[in-house]
Ligand binder design. Structure first.
Ligand code: PRT
Ligand code: ZN
Length: 285
């Protein structure tokens, strides 16, 4: 039985659970349990604080985990980052008080400053790379209030919309590390767990491939078929089926959602009728 560690609550929980749901793995609500089994896949879910997930996967207590790349890097645990998951996007940045921002000229401006953070390892790596010597003050929460409280001259923290910085009169002056939720795996998976991971990755890929795509069905005069096929580059080529009425056929294809309305206009211009646009659930290539 494969075991995956998920955040029990917090920013990543909803989307981690939704991801498993979208690849057909049904799990229980963590509010009821610490450990639960999927009902239709040989998977056990261990619900934890995100801080503990890299270590639990590196030690093999769980074979897989979903966690922010920032936590993986900060903890420095020996795990394999298997796939980016496209949610939980954020960055780790240096921010300084608004009235000092104009004088910031790059990492050297941090020389000798006190920088508050919950991510000392990533920050120390950045300072070292840039030959900067600064005093790193480790704070576990509400890092953004440190400058106003007189505890630090700058902060190094997660930024997403930037709203928290603005409301604390801070300005992001240096983006250091980009993060998103990632699937991580233990480096020494059993054969059985490897096979189950492959199945999970196969499903994630199919789910990802369907995002941003639409399925199009329409009736088209047979005389316009060649032109329609040029407009619609399908995975192999569009599916064409004859219709009962002479001189017409039915055409099915997949298009990028962003191109949809342009394609629809082009298809209508060559006589397409009864165009149906359908959301795609999965694409298995
Ligand atoms: O209880 P547990 O320890 O499990 O959770 P936690 O409180 O440590 O973490 P949580 O749930 O807040 O975040 C989990 C992960 O989500 C982080 O490790 C990041 O990978 C990712 N993530 C994405 C974020 C944000 N966006 C985010 N905006 N984590 C935190 N924030 C915080 C940030 O610390 C700051 O206080 O939101 C504030 C900034 O947001 P903006 O939008 O105002 O810039
Ligand atoms: Zn945490």
């Amino acid at each position: 039985m494969l075991r995956i560690a998920l955040q029990s609550k917090g920013r990543l929980y909803e989307e981690s659970a939704a991801l498993l749901g979208s690849i057909g793995i049904n799990i229980d609500d963590p509010k009821r349990k610490f450990l639960s089994k999927a009902s239709n896949f040989p998977l056990e879910v261990l619900y934890l604080r995100d801080d503990d997930i890299p270590q639990v996967v590196s030690s093999g207590t769980a074979s897989l985990g979903i966690v922010g790349l920032n936590e993986v890097r900060e903890k420095g645990c020996d795990v394999r980052v298997v796939a980016p998951l496209g949610f939980g996007g954020c960055r780790l940045s240096v921010a300084i008080p608004k009235d000092k921002a104009a004088s910031y000229e790059g990492p050297q401006s941090l020389q000798g400053l006190r920088i508050a953070t919950s991510y000392p390892n990533i920050l120390n790596g950045f300072l070292k790379e840039n030959g900067v010597s600064a005093s790193v003050e480790v704070i576990c929460g509400s890092v953004e209030i440190a400058p106003a409280a007189g505890i630090a001259d700058a902060i190094f923290d997660i930024v997403s919309s930037g709203g928290t910085l603005v409301s604390n009169s801070l300005v992001e002056v240096q983006k250091v590390f980009r993060s998103e939720a990632v699937l991580i795996a233990n480096n020494d998976l059993s054969q059985e767990d490897s096979a189950l991971l492959d199945e999970i990755l196969f499903r994630i890929e199919a789910d990802k491939d369907s995002k941003g795509k639409k399925y199009l069905l329409m009736n088209i005069p047979t005389a316009s078929l060649d032109e329609a096929i040029k407009i619609l580059p399908a995975m192999r080529s569009p599916t064409v089926m004859p219709l009962a009425s002479e001189g017409w056929c039915s055409l099915h294809s997949v298009v990028n959602a962003e191109d949809l309305w342009v394609k629809v206009r082009q298809l209508k211009a060559i006589g397409a009728e009864g165009i149906l646009v359908i959301d795609l659930d999965k694409i298995i290539l």
